[in-house]
Design a protein around this ligand. Structure first.
Ligand code: J2J
Length: 530
């Protein structure tokens, strides 16, 4: 296993193998068999482009060889920031085949996040697009390269400017050694942590199992068509079963630009989509607009998760759209619970269903770590064949983020129903869940404290009708309080992603503190919602 990662205890790993959860698959093999047996079969659809399994396989092999010629190889970290596109999938496959490790950044990330990811992983390359929504990522790349000694290469989809065009990275395929299935295959970003974002190592074995188990749970097979309407670099759309799971099953992945109804509905109809993933905030919009736009979504399986789902929203969507709704509790760290498409609809409206794997251990505990009585609320701690045992290069953080016996403290408050379904009721971690986008409070606070007008600050969620939560910064100023617009501009200038900017500002003379000298966010939250 890569240095800086924590593996599963040997006995558990042996059990997961013996019981067939981990089967020695490697992610670079996704689509390989079909490339030989049925090369014309559609693997990917993006806009008007259709890519067959044969072409996908060939392009991934050629790119892997081209990257290898440029010195990229086993265990090299490569920060990948691409929109949903054919290139995104080809790049991931090529890196998997090389045993190089994609670090999956989100399209919304900016200099602060990309700089941190490159520095923390000592990335050798950053792979991105020329621009997005008027923002020049090559400028960002130049800044990051200047401050990251390890970063040798920048590859750009589109106009490369001073860097290398990805399209030119191409060579005749060469035989490559097969990576160890127990080794890390790539990194996902954690949505919830203190300080800077933490990195989640996912192994070939564990992710291949997640792809297989989620596909089975959703009834997704070779005739399945998955619509990636969320960023494919997010765990929910990447591998639950998502884009990779669609390839593993021999189905088709349709890559959309966004979950906006006009685009998504058009693709559902044109490509005969069978499965998609949405954050709950989009469900009312889909429900309202389907009749207006004349869309027929009946029978479509929709995985909803990532944030609180209101039962009314769920009921309305099922009744009016005729979709088969499944409700996911998932984390990039690996644990998943979900309702199944054939469950009674009220189960998805009111619960997050059952753990994905029979080998998962979901424990609900109190603040001393003891299990709570059946049905009571406590923190969810989890271990299992998809759940990480340690963040990358984060030994100090890991000491608190896991229980003494190695289970992940999720920071989520949950309870079990009498019939064994999980219900998420809240959270103790300091994260704002902004419609499924996770804003780590501590990270934003650190940036705000660098503003000369900010003496003390607390960042916390406030309820929002559309997104569920929005971000409020409570600031104790030095003389002359900054305005919200000034703070947002300041954070943008520091290279923070747009979704992490505070939506609201409250200026106060002092913050409330608890007995142990921590900001009393509970008291603040009560005041803000009063
Ligand atoms: C309330 N909160 C939820 C739910 C996750 C599938 C779906 C989502 C994610 C994801 C994912 C929730 N109700 N149904 O990785 O594979 C909150 C919890 C959790 C955090 C994880 C997947 N489902 N959450 O959202 O890593 O607080 O993963 O700990 O982005 O989202 O966020 P993330």
């Amino acid at each position: 296993m890569l240095d800086g990662c924590v593996g599963w205890p040997e006995d558990l790993a042996a059990r997961y193998r013996a019981e067939g959860y981990w089967r020695g698959e490697v992610l670079g093999d996704l689509g390989r068999d079909l490339a030989r047996s049925d090369p014309q079969r559609t693997a990917l659809v993006a806009g008007e482009r259709r890519v067959g399994y044969g072409e996908l396989d060939r392009r991934a092999d050629r790119l892997a060889a081209g990257l290898r010629e440029r010195g990229i190889g086993r265990h090299d970290r490569v920060v990948v920031q691409l929109p949903n596109s054919v290139e995104f999938v080809v790049v991931c496959l090529a890196l998997f085949r090389l045993g190089a490790l994609p670090v999956l950044a989100l399209p919304a990330h900016r200099r602060a996040e990309i700089g941190h990811l490159c520095a923390h992983t000592e990335a050798v390359a950053y792979l991105t697009v020329d621009q997005t929504q008027g923002f020049d990522l090559r400028k960002l790349a130049a800044d990051v390269r200047a401050e990251t000694p390890s970063l040798r290469e920048v590859f750009v989809v589109g106009d490369p400017g001073e860097f290398t065009a990805l399209a030119q990275v191409d060579a005749d395929p060469v035989p490559l050694p097969r990576p160890d299935p127990g080794d890390v295959a790539f990194f996902l970003l954690s949505g919830g942590s203190t300080g800077v974002p933490k990195l989640i190592p996912r192994t070939h074995d564990d992710y291949a199992y997640q792809l297989r188990a989620t596909a089975a749970a959703m009834g997704f097979g070779a005739d399945g068509v998955y619509l990636a309407a969320l960023p494919a670099a997010h765990n929910a759309a990447f591998g639950c079963p998502g884009v990779l799971g669609a390839l593993r099953a021999g189905g088709t992945a349709v890559l959309a630009g966004s979950p906006s109804p006009d685009e998504a509905f058009r693709l559902v109809a044109r490509e005969k989509v069978t499965l998609t993933t949405l954050m709950p905030a989009f469900l009312p919009l889909w429900t309202d607009l389907a009749p207006v736009l004349g869309a027929d979504l009946s029978g479509l399986v929709v995985e909803v998760g990532g944030a609180n789902l209101s039962p009314e929203v769920a009921d309305r969507a099922v009744a009016e759209l005729g979709i088969r709704l499944t409700h996911f509790f998932g984390m990039a760290e690996g644990p998943i619970a979900c309702t199944r498409p054939d469950d009674p609809p009220e189960r998805a409206a009111h619960t997050q269903g059952r753990p994905l794997s029979a080998a998962d251990e979901f424990r609900v505990v109190d603040d001393t770590g003891e299990p709570v009585p059946a049905g009571e609320v406590g923190e969810l701690v989890v271990g299992g064949p998809t759940t990480l045992r340690g963040y990358y290069r984060a030994a100090d953080y890991n000491a608190h983020a896991f229980t003494p016996d190695g289970l992940l403290r999720t920071g989520d408050l949950v309870r079990w129903t009498p019939t064994g379904e999980l219900v998420v009721v809240g959270r103790i971690k300091e994260v704002v869940n902004r419609g499924g986008e996770k804003v780590p409070a501590g990270e934003v606070e650190e940036h705000l404290l660098a503003h000369p007008g900010v003496r003390e600050v607390a960042v916390l969620p406030v309820p929002d009708r559309v997104l569920g939560e929005k971000t409020c910064a409570v600031v104790v100023p030095h003389e002359g309080a900054p305005t919200l617009a000034e703070l947002r501009e300041f954070l943008t200038g520091r290279g923070l992603a747009g979704y992490k900017l505070p939506d609201r500002l409250q200026v106060r003379a002092a913050l409330p503190y608890t007995g142990v000298g921590k900001v009393d966010k509970r008291a603040l939250a009560a005041e803000l919602t009063a």
